[in-house]
Ligand binder design. Structure first.
Ligand SMILES: NC(=O)c1ccc[n+]([C@@H]2O[C@H](COP(=O)([O-])OP(=O)(O)OC[C@H]3O[C@@H](n4cnc5c(N)ncnc54)[C@H](OP(=O)(O)O)[C@@H]3O)[C@@H](O)[C@H]2O)c1
Length: 293
């Protein structure tokens, strides 16, 4: 398959790129800098120069492609407007492709709000974190578009050997000799390893029906305190309890989006929602929650 990826150098996108290349797909990747283009080319991806903030020039000259994976995001106050304008240019450009392309849009677990101890599924109504509320109309637009086969994947909190959501835990342990959690050690996060998530994207590209949505979670919910204690042990601070930071403190430090770290959530990656008939079940095997703690 000829696949165009936006965000191919990111945490999620780079894992998808590796999975696509390993399966022999021809991958094209948007690159906003020479450094990003060089990284993509090093993995065997054909870079296409361009920025999601100015989609018109590159969207018009895309080569023939059969699928698009959108996993690009510039976390800032304008991210909603940037994403909307990106779709304004990209969707008509894709409608002009010789073959109707599949389009995977990346949503996120924070769109489901705090589920508490209930386990959310794809059928759970959206209750988005305000900083990411813009994603809901955008993903609905992708699912409703008739000139593409739109699919949405909602990643859980993504961890990886080289970073991801626990990067801050390691940084805290190394630099502050304490590991901070937000809102409380008992707050649960749903989790997925980047490589497992990438497998879900590849499966979805291959078989998901148009109009379907999937939660990419391999672990429904684990208390962040457990993870923080594991990091403390690893950094030689045996029996040290995590330090609790308020959502306000972390939002001041990192931005309003970081209030998501305070959401107490459980999400299931086992079920599926299809808005069109004939969908097959696709899920990540939870046994493959690699490297956890
Ligand atoms: N990480 C998680 O735990 C998680 C969980 C749920 C949902 N999500 C969602 O998944 C998406 C990807 O997240 P991520 O963690 O993989 O992000 P990330 O690691 O920050 O990667 C962002 C990617 O977008 C590219 N990008 C950023 N601004 C761009 C621009 N102006 N033009 C072109 N490319 C641009 C970056 O390219 P450069 O290499 O040039 O910087 C990079 O490849 C986001 O929408 C995020 O909200 C993430």
């Amino acid at each position: 398959m000829r696949v165009f990826i936006l965000g191919g150098t990111g945490l999620i996108g780079s894992a998808i790129v590796q999975a696509l290349i390993a399966r022999g797909h021809a991958v094209f990747g948007l690159a906003r800098s020479d450094a990003s283009a060089a990284r993509l080319a090093g993995w065997g991806v054909t870079p296409i120069g361009g920025d999601i903030r100015a989609p018109e020039p590159w969207a018009r000259i895309l080569p023939p492609i059969e699928a698009v994976v959108h996993a690009a995001c510039d976390v800032n106050n304008d991210m909603g407007a940037i994403d909307r304008q990106l779709l304004d240019s990209l969707l008509p450009a894709l409608a002009a492709q010789p073959q109707k392309p599949r389009f995977i849009y990346t949503g996120g677990c924070w769109l489901f709000g705090a589920t508490g101890d209930d386990v959310g599924t794809e059928a759970t109504p959206f209750r988005p974190l305000p900083a990411f509320a813009w994603m809901v109309p955008n993903l609905q637009r992708v699912l409703a578009a008739t000139k593409i086969d739109g699919i949405v994947i909602h990643p859980a909190m993504v961890y990886a050997r080289a970073g991801g959501v626990f990067h801050r835990f390691a940084q805290d342990a190394a630099e502050r000799r304490t590991v901070r959690v937000v809102a409380g050690a008992e707050v649960c996060w749903p989790l997925v390893h980047s490589e497992d998530l990438a497998d879900l994207y590849v499966l979805a590209l291959d078989r998901a029906p148009a109009g379907s949505s999937y939660i990419g979670a391999a672990v429904e919910g684990i208390a962040v305190g457990e993870i923080a204690r594991a990091f403390a042990r690893r950094f030689g601070m045996r029996d040290q309890e995590p330090e609790v930071a308020s959502a306000d403190v972390i939002a001041t430090e990192l931005g309003e989006w970081a209030r998501g770290y305070a959401l107490h959530q459980r999400l299931s990656g086992r079920r599926r929602r299809t808005t069109s008939a004939g969908g097959r079940s696709i899920s990540i095997r939870s046994a493959r929650s690699r490297d956890l703690a």
